[in-house]
Write a protein that binds this ligand. Sequence first.
Ligand code: TRP
Length: 336
Amino acid sequence: MSERIFSGVQPTGNLHLGNYLGAIRNWVKLQNDYDCLFCVVDLHAITVWQDPAMLRTSTREVAAAMIAAGVDPEKHIIFNQSQVPGHAELAWIFNCVARMGWLGRMTQFKEKAGKDKENASVGLFAYPNLMAADILLYKGTHVPVGEDQKQHLELARDIAQKFNNDYGVDLFPVPEPLILGTATRVMSLKDGSKKMSKSDPSDLSRINMTDDADTIQRKIKKAKTDPDHLPESVQGLDGRPEARNLLGIYAALADVSIESAVNEFAGQQFSALKDRLSDVAVANLAPMQDAYRRLLNDKGQIDAYLAHGAERARAIAGPVLREVQDVVGFLHVGKS
Ligand code: TRP
């Protein structure tokens, strides 16, 4: 059976280095080995309130970032979820396959709903069923996942198996996680123990996709450090979150292992690392940022890419959905 990757990314505005090194860059690598669908999940986004104009802008931004980073929109399929109705249709069927108890155990729901569960949207509770539908609508076999999405993928596997069992078919593959050794968890430049985030009030805490060279240099210069020299070994990074973060970012951008990054700066001052990191960051990010800005200035072009991707996605999804409907017993004209 052929291998197909499905991956989704939320349309959050203000993309930064964490989004790039943590997700987008890995997709660029995967596209050589798999047929890929990369989906901007706008249906997932509205499980919490989204301003409509911002949602549209963010959808374009994420698509532009993927393309600017090097995902090929002709070889692979880039689209936004709402343009393929099959996601919502299959999700409904999965709402009837998944059990309340399964969803009640999802840690992301508990975190996002917070104390006021009564006031969370029904969609937020059913979120993982939609995610299962995303993957299985294309009979996806592999899903690149970070730590935070492992539990959701587990649920997608359970849904695939229960559906196959309940109906006595072998329709859905049980999708496998693809754990990426290369994914880098990028932390705040102001606090090495917090994830780099678009919602951090301090803009100095992150490197945005739209920062120019001067801004990148300034932010790296001002990044938090600790008073010691850089360690001689990877173990020496324990308890030193800022050193770990800056060396980790350097290693990722320079495409070297963390060991070799540690060796390169062993015993040196932070300033030596920061100088090198600035150069590497600017050299790596500048071409991508140019492409990103150019694309964002041409909304028609992005929208055309997304429409083309959606058309190809629908062509794969249609027959799968028809197969599912037949198995479930939905009647349609021409069915015996
Ligand atoms: N839930 C994922 C996240 O927040 C996004 C997502 C939606 C996804 N559908 C998916 C990821 C399907 C992988 C496969 O990051």
